[in-house]
Each structure stands twice: as C-alpha cells, then as structure tokens.
Unconditional design. Structure first.
Length: 199
C-alpha cells in the first residue's frame, strides 16, 4: 500500500539543535511535525516539537524488536496528518531503526550537529535538573553513558547519508540565525514537499 512519506526528518543527538529545527519546520516552513507535541520546560522553553504518538511507536519498535512493521507507523502518521499539506518527524530514536531506513523515503533529512563536549555538557544539565540539583557532580558512569549515546547517534547520523541522499547539516556549536536555517531548508526541500502555514 502507498503511504505519503515525510517531507522532513530531523535527526541528531539529543541536545544538538533538533528541537529548534523542528520548531522552524512546523511554524515557518509549514511542515507539520505533529499534533500532540512534547511541551517545553526550563531547559527547552520553546518546546521539543516531537510528536508523542510517533515517538511512542518508534520507541516500541526499537525496544520490542519491531512488534509491528514500519508500514503501521506510516499508516498512523498519514492518518494523523491527513489534514496537513506536508508532515515531518523529529526523533533521534529513528536512528536505531537501521533495518527499516530503506522503507522510509523522506524528501529531506536535516542533520543537527554539535561537538561531543557541548552535547554531553548539555545532557549533564538535564541530568542535574532531573535530580533537582544543578550543582551536583555527575558520576563518571553517567558521563560515560552520555558520551557513548552521543557518539553512537553521531555515527548513525553519518550512516543515514548513504540511504537518504537529500540531506543538509546544520552545526549548532555557534548560535544560528533562524531565518538562515529556514532559508537553508527551504532551498533543499523539493516544492512538492513544502507545506502551507494556516493563518
């Protein structure tokens, strides 16, 4: 069965700028990133722009060895986005679904990059915030966990370029002007995959 494919997939390690890009896709480019979006918090006040339904299904596929096929996810996303002119997904967990990458055909993949040190330090702020103690020193095993998680996702991001050839990388080691991000994505996104923003 044919399913409408995502216009945009936003990938990268957590804490690497993916939420910013997803927000701009949703609010400025007209690609709907979801209808039940994860809300912001003090560490990400503008919101995560990560769809809970999509994320829950992807997590189930990763954690339970594919209890259903990727076509079920595509069917659910098509149903959820049937009133949207274009839809997208932001989810670092997609990186762990290597076996089904070839079954997804996005118009554009946006890779968000950030140095290992900056990404891990940002993760440690999340860890401290979750404990309610911003001055607490993280144990080495916690640091090692975030180093490995970030490295693994960075490697997988590079591997996706062999499958999804239309891609663009945005580096967040220095602040990025939002209008430049929008222009960069807009220039790489095929016309047929561009959405319209409702008034």
């Amino acid at each position: 069965m044919w399913y409408r494919q995502p216009a945009i997939i936003v990938l990268g390690s957590g804490r690497s700028g993916t939420s910013t890009v997803a927000r701009l896709c949703h609010t400025r480019i007209g690609v709907c990133m979801g209808h039940v979006l994860k809300q912001g918090d003090p560490l990400n006040p503008n919101g995560y722009y990560e769809d809970w339904i999509s994320h829950s299904m992807i997590q189930m596929m990763v954690n339970n060895n594919y209890p259903f096929g990727i076509d079920v996810w595509l069917q659910a996303m098509n149903y959820q986005h049937q009133v949207c002119s274009a839809w997208g997904v932001k989810d670092p967990w997609l990186l762990f679904l290597q076996a089904v990458w070839g079954n997804i055909n996005p118009a554009l993949v946006v890779h968000c990059t950030r140095s290992l040190d900056a990404t891990v330090n940002s993760w440690l702020k999340v860890w401290q915030s979750n404990l309610g103690n911003h001055g607490m020193q993280a144990p080495q095993e916690v640091v090692d966990h975030y180093v490995k998680l970030t490295q693994d996702r960075q490697i997988l991001c590079e591997q996706t370029k062999n499958v999804w050839t239309n891609h663009v990388s945005i580096n967040f080691d220095t602040p990025q002007e939002e209008h430049k991000i929008v222009d960069l994505i807009d220039a790489k996104l095929p016309d047929w995959a561009k959405g319209t923003i409702s008034p």
